[in-house]
Design a protein around this ligand. Sequence first.
Ligand code: PEP
Length: 250
Amino acid sequence: MADRRKLAAGNWKMNGTAAALSEVSALAGLRRGTTCEILLCPPTTLIERMARATEGTNIAVGGQDCHWAENGAHTGDVSAEMLKDAGATYVITGHSERRADHGESDEMVRRKTEAAWAAGLAVILCVGETLSEREASNTIDIIKGQLAGSVPDQATGHNLVVAYEPVWAIGTGKVPSTDQIGEVHDVIRVQLEKRFGPGVGRSVRLLYGGSVKPANAAEIFAVENVDGALVGGASLKAPDFDGIIKALDA
Ligand code: PEP
């Protein structure tokens, strides 16, 4: 098996003002000895301050989205270069909330991912089926389609992480069975190997995301091809995120 460093990534979504930075210093204190990579993706307004607050720690900082253009007339948007300039080393693309709230298509996600790579950011690219797609037994086709349409040709194990996030599991407390997670992660691994060859295909890290908590993390991390988690709600509080990282370290 390729040597894939475990990754615990937190997505703060539209949560957090300056006061929330105290969680970051608390987390840094708790997880000093971890061998996992730790990433927090706060709202854009906090990136620069969080990057300063995490200097000298093992916590990296990322954005939650970027525009595909380098700059220009895109009111309210942020470019990959701006995220990098603020101290980010990663960005999330294709999160289901962006796909749903902002109509982001696979093509848009692909262009955003290319823009992130051009700026020197690594990408966590999200894929996942809705409940109706799962109930119609379309999960595997949806995942294959999203991968084909949104992962650019220049993927490597350094610039790409894929997160499998079933839409129906995000923020709901519902979690797929470990068999269901394993099946999708296997499909993602095989698709990456087919398209990019075994070297790259095996080196891309695959995260599971959707209601991961300290109580269910160990069971999820025991599934083959799960290299870590993308965590929403439970990344907002240091003790909760710490519990998840501890399970990943075990
Ligand atoms: C997410 O938003 O990526 C996510 C997985 O959220 P939660 O952990 O809250 O389900």
